[in-house]
Design a protein around this ligand. Structure first.
Ligand code: SF4
Length: 416
């Protein structure tokens, strides 16, 4: 009887890809999606905030108390919290992302181990499928050369480096052959793909679009400076999603300096206006409550947000991350005030999203991702907006075109 392994994946899409690679490299074990029957639990951790660390720790405690399975820790948290969890015998083994393809051997170890491996390894894994997914996450890059003051990622994912182009195209070819039509490019700083290697993300996407079966390409996230002239050349391509996520993190010039961000508000505004004129839905990242965010700078930030043609936002309240420059900055923002500001920001963007969906008069090109207990189908359209579809047909994993639909507060609704 093969031992059963359950994967608990925290954090970003890059971790989703890494977990898929680990699942695929298990020969002498069986992957289970049922946590309770697991003999082994692999925790693919995130450490982007102190909160993320706490979540991982409480999950490890939960496994210890209620499942009793052997626990192995990997992911970014292995580099920050791994040693402590290992020394306290909370986990049997700790391994870095560079060791993930050896998982079949590592899980058979009888002696507890702590092996972080090489922080600057270049991934060469190719996956055949994405268990439980209708969209494929393609890791093209790893690490980051930016040094935003609040961020620990460059210290746990290493410097920016790109995966081999041939490998990536082979990856897409295999998944497209296996029926995947939508591909999400992922990495730590995706837009820095090809830096120092005489290529870039726009060239890669053009090559991907030539592969039979590739219908829609999404980019996980871009930095404003990465939307360069070559990227602007692909903006009208039919295979490029009509939504872009361009990370700003703040819109007050003074706050961008405190955060050591490379983007600048005035050029961000010009860029977003240009993209919106081309019909793109636009998302961004925003950290509320970073040290130094006085009431005056917050008001300035909100005024500037209102001028931006945004439709989506990943907004978080600042969370101190030990080991980052921001962690020792004074003028901290009160937690309750930060929460209020977060709510103020997300309400503005929700309103802008609704206006965008009401103003759009075209058809929705939807990839159905799941069917919920209520029997309705859930998917995302070309603008990365949620669409709920009612139908008697089985639409799971299908592409559907919605001509007639109703714009609801948080989603679009269609009957097919
Ligand atoms: S760009 Fe900034 S926020 Fe993003 S991973 Fe790099 S250092 Fe962190």
């Amino acid at each position: 009887m093969k031992k059963k392994v359950y994967f608990k994946t925290f954090g970003c899409r890059t971790n989703l890809f890494d977990s898929q690679v680990m699942m695929q490299n298990l020969q002498d074990f069986e992957v289970t999606e049922n946590e309770d029957e697991a003999d082994v639990v692999v925790v693919n951790s995130c450490t982007v905030t102190n909160g993320a660390d706490t979540t991982v720790r409480s999950y490890v405690n939960h496994v210890e108390k209620s499942i009793g399975a052997k626990v192995f820790l990997t992911g970014c948290g292995a580099h920050t919290k791994g040693e402590n969890l290992f020394e306290n015998k909370k986990v049997f083994g700790v391994f870095g992302q560079s060791e993930k393809k050896r998982i079949n051997t590592l899980l058979k170890e009888n002696i507890p181990f702590y092996e972080l491996g090489d922080l600057n390894f270049v991934d060469d894994a190719v996956v055949e499928e994405f268990i439980g997914k209708s969209r494929a996450f393609i890791k093209i890059q790893e690490g980051c050369n930016f040094r935003c003051n609040y961020c620990i990622i460059p210290y746990v994912r290493g410097d920016a480096r790109s995966l081999d182009e041939k490998r990536i195209l082979e990856q897409v070819y295999r998944l497209a052959t296996n029926g995947f039509g939508e591909f999400i490019l992922t990495g730590t700083n995706v837009g820095s793909y090809g830096t120092g290697e005489g290529t870039n993300i726009a060239r890669l996407m053009k090559k991907m679009s030539q592969i039979r079966g590739v219908r829609r390409i999404r980019v996980g996230s871009l930095e404003p400076i990465q939307v360069n002239d070559e990227f602007k050349e692909i903006l009208d391509e039919p295979w490029l999603e009509r939504h872009l996520h361009v990370a700003l993190q703040h819109t007050s010039p003074a706050m961008l300096k405190f955060m050591n961000r490379r983007n600048r508000y005035e050029s961000d505004l010009k860029l977003f206006d240009m993209l919106a004129d081309k019909g793109f839905a636009l998302g961004t990242d925003f950290i509320v409550g970073h040290p130094g965010e006085s009431e005056a700078l917050w008001r300035e930030g909100i005024q500037n947000i209102k001028r931006l043609p945004l439709t989506h936002v990943h907004a978080f309240t600042y969370s101190k991350r030990d080991g980052t420059p921001s962690a020792s900055m004074k003028e901290e923002v009160n937690g309750a005030v930060a929460k209020e500001r977060l709510h103020e920001l997300t309400s503005i963007i929700d309103e802008k999203n609704l206006e965008f969906r009401k103003a759009f008069k075209g058809e929705l090109d939807v990839l159905i991702e799941s069917q919920k207990e209520d029997g309705l189908y859930y998917g995302l359209d070309q603008h990365f907006n949620k669409v709920i579809v009612e139908s008697d047909e089985d639409l799971s994993g299908n592409w559907v075109t919605c001509k007639d639909y109703t714009v609801k507060d948080e989603y679009n609704y269609a009957q097919i």
